[in-house]
Write a protein that binds this ligand. Sequence first.
Ligand code: THG
Length: 370
Amino acid sequence: MKNYFVSKSRRLRGTPYTSRIEKQGVTAYTVYNHMLLPTKFEDSLEEAYHHLKNHVQVWDVSVQRQTEINGKDSAKLVQLITCRDLSKAKVGRCYYAPIIDNNAKLISDPVILKLAEDRWWISLSDSDLELFAKGLAIGKGYDVNVFEAKVDIFSVQGPKSFDLMKKVLGPKIGELKFFGFDYFEFGGAKHLIARSGWSKQGGFEVYMEHEKAGLALYDKLFEQGDEFNLKPGCPNLIERIESSLLSYGNDIDIGDNPLECGFDKYVNLDTNVEFLGKEELKKVKADGIKRKLMGVKIDADQIAVNSSINMYDKTKNLIGELRSGTYNPSFKQVIGIAMINEPYFNDSQEIVININGKDCTGKLCDLPFI
Ligand code: THG
């Protein structure tokens, strides 16, 4: 497959780290929230996967933009757009929360941070949520401000992230609980740091608001990182599929409802909070879902998923579509994420998929893979 360059322009925003990662050897970008997201450094995807699972990486994930919602009615607006009950949400915690529209279709699957009783950040996946929230606020006459906060996240991921962060910021950072956040001093500024990130190898996300001190922290990590084999990196396709971390626009999109996506844990229909699409979602639940997101293991040694790929059963009935996939060196086969139609969504279903003109066989499984 031929590869093409991304032509940069003002509209396609860089990040405060762009000049650094370009010195550090970034070789490819994708576009996410109208911004550059690095997808590859000098190491191959497989080398970066093994490195991430054994050491520590720093990622420029500025594309995880923050929609800030503050003001008297901010809690009402945040609750209006998510089917997760946030009425007992605590300041200092992150919440993975499906955002749905009036038809119970998925607009985004962000992380929501409660900064204060009347101040929230919605850490976006690739979706224009700000306009949606703003439109609702105007329509409802809510007393809120909705805007993109000036925050550029860098992520520190991998098993050695804990020792590296403790070395640079002190032992207190080791006490953060998963999806908790707190403020840590460095370079004369306080930085919001959460124990979170888009890998399952453990780590932290620094929500950088103070550019000078934040970049000094970024540089300090690289100065101090040698003993932990620190490298610059980026979200890794092999690791994130193996860990079943979903990618909005790839695995899930506005055509899906949260129950089809396996978000049952984050769907609260039995409490009295009001949110858009609640009645519609109750109907979906009562009727039962007609499609379901599943894992698939395919007997093949390579695949490139640039668009959905249909999957069939042995007698050529269409059973669903593969939405993401890659060869996984630990599973020693291709593993992927697929939307499967009724009545095929069970974990003993065998599948056939055409990869580069060749029919390959595989089997469905429940998510997560591990
Ligand atoms: N961090 C921050 N913002 C983000 C992402 C992130 N915005 C975009 C994208 N990633 C949003 N999608 C996800 C998907 C999964 C998770 C986080 C964001 C995640 N899930 C855990 C899991 O599935 O085990 C935990 C979920 C939970 O139990 O609450 O971490 O990565 N800032």
